[in-house]
Design a protein around this ligand. Structure first.
Ligand SMILES: [Zn+2]
Length: 370
């Protein structure tokens, strides 16, 4: 038996309506001079409130605003700022890319890390993993971190304020866990991986049952199940299942699609969701079974209700000529890509054909809601 180091979960997770208020004392025990890292102007007022709350507690927080997606340029600047000011912790408050940046800065400095997701768009608040992008938002690589965050604060009253589009994106990213892990890890003999795959199936079922109501009504019980499922359970599945449980084709296709230019930039889960539709399309082409076809149409119908893109035409591409699309497919199918872990052969030509041939059969997609 080989030895595996597994990073299952944050040291502490506080979730619920008043999670932030109930975490203040714990934060006091974790750091005295934290750096609050964030990005979007739209959420700056939330970070200001968090900062003032900490000052009231006698903590000395500093702020750092990131300029781009989680990129080396920003991380280097925040690293230097944090080091020069002797910060003893990072509080990352934002969406997935801000959380990834905060975790990586803390990891590089070997200081404490607290994640405060401001939306349910990904499980980045939970995991010991950061995705690195270029300043333009092109995916470069993912980095494994030494550990999961020291504290994850999932405050319902804060997350509920996020646009419903972020929840839909989180749902697409979370349902991907089942379709990706079952494709690559079904034959695993590792009990933990088997359990993680089953947990991903239960999560998918709950998202199918509750996702639409949660999307429409942030005050419903469904919203709590779905938001926690996307941000917490999805992270736990990745923690127990490990890298093999995370990706098949949908995430590598996402990585390729981030190489394109968009007029309106899609969210992580929006690209993963489309990648998932393509994964099932490719599976259908490589199988005599009707199951991938049925799964694809079930998923496309569900995604359409959440106003998630299900065809390349649903994205507001700035430049989508065949050459650009081919480059994106080349990136997704690089030699070391996880796309080659699926049990059939995916080449860049096959992927390009899938992107061109899979067309949206649902007419109710409305970009104006974006
Ligand atoms: Zn993801």
């Amino acid at each position: 038996m080989s030895t595996n180091i597994i990073r299952i979960s944050p040291t502490k997770v506080i979730k619920g309506e008043k999670a932030w208020s109930n975490s203040k004392k714990i934060i006091q025990g974790i750091c005295k001079t934290p750096l609050i890292v964030g990005r979007s102007l739209k959420t700056k007022n939330i970070r200001d409130t968090l900062k003032n709350d900490l000052i009231d507690l006698g903590i000395n927080p500093l702020s750092f605003e990131l300029k781009h997606d989680c990129c080396e340029l920003d991380i280097q600047k925040a690293y230097t700022f944090s080091k020069n000011n002797n910060c003893d912790g990072i509080i990352a408050a934002g969406g997935g890319k801000v959380l990834d940046a905060g975790k990586l800065i803390a990891d590089l400095l070997s200081i404490k890390c607290i994640t405060v997701p401001l939306s349910a768009s990904t499980c980045a608040g939970w995991t010991a993993l950061s995705n690195i992008y270029s300043p333009e938002g092109n995916f470069i690589k993912d980095v494994s971190l030494k550990r999961c965050p020291d504290l994850l604060i999932f405050d319902h009253s804060i997350v509920r304020r996020a646009p419903s589009r972020t929840l839909a994106s989180g749902i697409a990213d979370a349902v991907a866990k089942w379709y990706e892990s079952s494709l690559t890890s079904n034959a695993s003999k590792d009990g933990f991986v088997q359990q993680a795959v089953q947990m991903a199936r239960v999560l998918r079922d709950q998202l199918f049952l509750n996702g639409h109501e949660a999307f429409l009504n942030p005050l419903s019980n469904s919203w709590v199940t779905v938001a926690e499922g996307c941000s917490l359970t999805a992270g736990l599945i990745g923690g127990i299942g490990g890298a093999r449980c995370r990706t098949a084709a949908a995430h590598p296709i996402h990585n390729g699609l981030t190489q394109l230019k968009y007029k309106h930039k899609p969210l992580h889960g929006e690209l993963v969701g489309f990648g998932l539709i393509l994964q099932l399309y490719l599976e259908e082409q490589n199988s005599d079974s009707q199951l991938p076809k049925q799964a694809k149409s079930q998923l496309a119908s569900f995604f359409s209700k959440l106003n998630l893109p299900v065809s390349i035409d649903n994205f507001d591409l700035d430049n989508s000529n065949s050459y650009e699309l081919k480059k994106a497919c080349e990136f997704a199918c690089k030699e070391d890509s996880d796309i080659h872990k699926v049990p059939f052969n995916i080449t860049e030509d096959k992927l390009l054909n899938a992107i061109k041939n899979h067309k949206n059969t649902y007419k109710n997609f409305n970009l104006s809601l974006k």
